[in-house]
Design a protein around this ligand. Sequence first.
Ligand SMILES: [Zn+2]
Length: 618
Amino acid sequence: MKKNARLLYLLTVWTLFACPLSFANTTHPDDETPPAPSPSVTYVLSMPEPQTHYFEVEMQIKNSAAATNATKNKYVDIKMPVWTPGSYLIREYAKNVEGFTATAAGKPVLSDKISKNTWRVFAADNDLAIRYRVYANELTVRTSFVDIDHGYVTPASMFMYVDALKNGLHRVVVQPYKGWKNVATGLKSVAGSVNTYEAPDYDILVDSPIEIGNQRTFTFTAANVPHTVAMFGDADYNEQRLAADYKRVCETAATVVGEHPCTDYLFIVHHIPQGGGGLEHLNSTTLETTRYAYSTEANYKSFLSLVAHEYFHLWNVKRIRPIALGPFDYENENYTHMLWLSEGCTSFYAEYILRRAGFHTPDAYLGRVASDITQVENQPGTRVQSVTESSWDAWIKGYRPNENSGNTTISYYSKGSVLGSLLNLAILAGSNGERTMDDLMRYLYQEYYKKQKRGFTDDEFRRAAEQIAGRPLNDFFTTALNTADPINYNAYFEPVGLQLTNVAAKAQDGYLGAATTVVNGKVTVTGVRRGSAAYTDGLNVSDEIISVNGLRVGDDLLRFISGRRVGDTVNLLVNRAGQLRELPIKLSQNTLVSYRLEPLPNQTAKQKALYEKWLFIK
Ligand SMILES: [Zn+2]
């Protein structure tokens, strides 16, 4: 059953490609010449000097002249992707490429770089070998890295492609650095060959990162699927507990759609000094977390939330997907309005899965939902940008933030997660507790991924949601989703007997509205909140605040402000680009909110029943 599901995916990819290849079984029945062998691409990946942070790639292209039109054109174009799916930023991976050379039948041939990411190789031969080096010294989930300890490959940043061959077989032969014993990847191993892997097409290769080194691995089975966890870097964890908790998260996640499409699944985990994140793939994911992720309950919960998020992506975005998100154009931005669904609702599900698996109590879950709403409502950009605009502009805004981003944008993660909660509640209430967002996910998976073998449009998504809810969802789709207008949250929470209450203390103190950092006694403005006193009266990002009302500021600015009333004026002396200037600022009202979800008085039996169904209270 699962094997069939994978085959189905492959068929999907084949069907969706716009330019069918001419090499497969195209000989006329009367033609007695045997069919030409299929073209193939093999990459030999080596890392003989990992301390220099270089990978070496030999790309062997076989039987390709007919498919690539090289016989006629006398050239073949070899391209490097400019971005990697799941991370919506043009990263210009070709910037790390050097030493590009080409040979045909063992003899050097000329090549010329004709665009930022395209090399034109002048040869009409069937077989080519391309060699190049890739500088890899950025350890993130969207880039490649190699040093004396391990190697990590983001395939889009490592493996070039030929357009006409993208739908055909791609192989990778990994030659690990001496002494490195483990290769972990979601790619299928080629039987009988050491460290040799294959993908039925380039898209699947791009979707399969590779970890190489002496990483520790452990395994578990969840939803009848074997799972492997490959752990790079030291960290203090209890492997038994970790495996059990992974299993619990994965099994609960699998109940949402009710069908697991993978034959196996791999977690690659990098332990890093600070930060974190993940990138989803078809049957694997790479997670980055700190070495301290397992040290406190709060850290551990947020790590499990990352696990749940990336894992749930194997359904939501890798298979249940907006129409623009696959097959991908690797040379340009791929635009969609629906990252709020693909990312935000995945974040919603991560917490919902932790609730269902028992990691969050109902109260803790309500706290998460209220805190998401607080975060969204405290960002001035939420009144400027809709979440669909935020999705569309991820390439130039979300992934390229500046000092004004908080004032002008809203994250499709945070608002998308809120909207996931609201849509779930709208479906629950609309169907009188018969259905939840799970039913919408199941429908999209069955109808578009499995049956129609494609992604869905904005309109198709809306129709599906309204069909599952059993009623029009005008407020959700027009106001909440497509505008920056305020949302009537309580209309969504009333059916489960809750109300959203702002519990922020009534602020009497005057409010400045500036964020600062302090380095060696120097207080510098890092953000100015739209509409605040600082914004209106002209404090700028990068201003160094020297004094307030004649008193030298050297650490916490707030203590110079607190206790003053709304309407009081403070005189700031600032250093702006080397010039001192006096800035009188009239303190404004603090409008920051802090939300809590509280029970409505006199809840009805129906509200209580929906509440229990919503939060999986048995
Ligand atoms: Zn995600």
